[in-house]
Write a protein that binds this ligand. Structure first.
Ligand SMILES: [Zn+2]
Length: 105
């Protein structure tokens, strides 16, 4: 293996630079691949989270009841037993059931 006589320190420097460049490219490539895989896995595991912003879900903008966030129906706590009941179902405006209403009075 012959090398030009003028190539002493320069070749090593260029080799080091090329090595750094390859390392940087490899790192960027690996990062891109990992990002792609992560995105695909996330879409596979939870398709709603990935495509939720692009298209509205079948349940509508509000989403299914019971999900995270404020529910349209306000829940009231029964002062007797501590059960949370939708305000529309309260007995006497305060209690979860007739039993609790009777107990309180
Ligand atoms: Zn109650």
């Amino acid at each position: 293996m012959s090398r030009p006589f003028f190539c002493f320190g320069v070749c090593n420097m260029i080799r080091a630079l090329i090595g750094l460049l390859i390392a940087a490219i490899a790192a960027a490539f690996i990062r891109a691949v990992i990002g792609m895989i992560t995105k695909e896995v996330t879409q596979m595991v939870n398709p709603d989270a990935a495509g939720g912003q692009a298209k509205p879900g079948p349940a509508g903008p509000g989403g299914p009841a019971g999900a995270a966030g404020p529910t349209p129906t306000a829940l009231k706590k029964c002062p007797v037993c501590g059960t949370y009941v939708p305000a529309a179902q309260l007995i006497g405006g305060r209690f979860c059931s007739e039993v609790c209403s009777t107990k309180a009075s």
